[in-house]
Design a protein around this ligand. Structure first.
Ligand SMILES: [Fe+2]
Length: 184
């Protein structure tokens, strides 16, 4: 279950109705895919994509996505810091950023056109769609682990446009979920 934190208002939102409604107000779709398939999160990418084919096809129809893949990041991923540095500066894309989290956790910061910056901490079972053009950045939690299905509207895939606003520097890239703390 995702959590939302609004640092400027010193507010944390939890619970699916509250989180879903808040994110919907910013054009962000949030769903829980609790009907997980009988396939381990560590299964090969092709197996996972096949297991979730029905859900992926439904999403493709809804959002015009043409391709899906599995991103797999671990502490020993080569050039991890370089890769994470690309995600963690404020940017936007020409297409939606759609992620279904299979394993691990991560932290999206969203910088809306109006209103304060907020953070969304996602975990396994969370599906999130950040609309094209949304200013955002992304960090992993301290365990540096995430595995997620990604969907793309363009076969060229993920291209960030950096804003160079420096806004990201004002926010701690620290996960805050109680479940995360409890697991450590
Ligand atoms: Fe992004």
């Amino acid at each position: 279950m995702a959590l939302v934190k609004i640092p400027e208002e010193n507010r944390t939102l939890s619970g699916q109705p509250e989180v879903t409604a808040f994110l919907a107000g910013h054009g962000i779709d949030y769903e829980r895919w609790t009907a997980a398939h009988d396939v381990g999160a560590d299964a090969p990418a092709d197996t996972l994509l096949a297991a979730y084919a029905h859900e992926i096809d439904a999403l493709k129809k809804r959002g015009g996505y043409v391709t899906a893949d599995v991103i797999d990041v671990k502490p020993d991923t080569p050039n991890l810091d370089m890769m994470l540095a690309k995600f963690s500066r404020e940017h936007w894309h020409d297409e939606d950023e759609v992620r279904f989290i299979l394993e691990g956790r991560g932290l999206f910061h969203i910088h809306p056109n109006s209103g304060p910056v907020f953070a969304i901490e996602v975990e396994a079972g969370d599906l999130i769609r950040v609309p094209r053009g949304t200013h955002h950045w992304f960090d992993l939690c301290v365990d540096k682990r995430i595995r997620a299905i990604r969907l793309f509207q363009d076969v060229s895939g993920w291209t960030p446009h950096y804003t160079e606003s420096g806004v990201d520097e004002g926010f701690e890239p620290v996960c805050f979920g109680p479940a995360y703390v409890a697991r450590r």
